[in-house]
Design a protein around this ligand. Structure first.
Ligand code: SF4
Length: 64
């Protein structure tokens, strides 16, 4: 699985970085920075929680 941000929706709330700090950092404006989007099996539950919590519906998990 990979985690992706829909930049047309992201408002820079930063919640994703708090819920998935292993994968998501924040830039100086509070927008997510994802260096390696691949999500290992162990992190999928955390990634799903972050996707579900994004208030802008901007985060998604996709196969691959
Ligand atoms: S929680 Fe959603 S809206 Fe907020 S920074 Fe992350 S992807 Fe963007």
């Amino acid at each position: 699985m990979r985690i992706e941000v829909d930049w047309t929706r992201c408002d820079g709330h930063g919640l994703c970085a708090r819920l998935l700090p292993e994968k998501v950092g924040l830039d100086e404006w509070g927008f997510p920075v994802i260096d390696t989007p691949e999500i290992g099996d162990d992190l999928v539950p955390h990634a799903r929680r972050a996707v579900g919590a994004c208030p802008a519906l901007a985060l998604r998990l996709v196969p691959g």
